[in-house]
Design a protein around this ligand. Structure first.
Ligand SMILES: [Zn+2]
Length: 163
């Protein structure tokens, strides 16, 4: 039985792949029955996309699963997932999300939890350091992305007690 750290290392490989493509280094893998069924990374820059976050890319790359299979899935992502990606997790009833870290950017973790998704945060320094280095090296790209989303990737209902 492989563990969360193993699968997070695979998600991190995806993040590094994105960086090599001059993209934002966030990666994800979707795991079912202890096997990686799809992989993804952030493609906003590479594909000139507005929706291909790492998590969306991984979910898309898994193809069209059936309801029972989605329920067996666990999504690993190097960074706390935004409301869009959390929404896709909730919509397809993915039951568990493992997050590399949420100190550089907090996502919609409360939205996941309040919809019954099991959320685990690993506080993986490898994920944090890779992302921090990127935002330090390319502040203009990252700040532009943040500005697009109103400077927050948390839920936007005014009840943001994520921390
Ligand atoms: Zn997202």
């Amino acid at each position: 039985m492989k563990n969360d750290t193993y699968f997070m290392s695979e998600a991190l490989l995806e993040a590094q792949k994105s960086l090599k493509e001059n993209g934002i280094p966030i990666g994800a893998v979707l795991v079912m029955d202890d096997k990686i069924i799809s992989r993804g990374h952030n493609r906003l820059i590479q594909n000139d996309s507005v929706i291909l976050h790492a998590e969306m890319d991984a979910i898309e790359n898994a193809g069209r699963l059936n309801h029972e299979d989605y329920k067996k899935c666990c999504l690993y992502t190097t960074l706390s997932p935004c409301p869009m990606c959390s929404g896709a997790v909730i919509l397809y009833n993915i039951s568990r999300v493992v997050i590399g870290e949420n100190t550089t950017l907090m996502g919609a973790e409360n939205l996941l939890k309040s919809n019954g998704v099991e959320v685990v945060v690993l506080n993986d320094v490898r994920c944090r350091d890779l992302f921090l280095k990127y935002t330090d090296d390319y502040p203009e790209i990252w700040n532009e992305e943040l500005k697009k989303v109103g400077n927050t990737t948390e839920i936007k209902n005014g009840n943001n007690s994520n921390r």
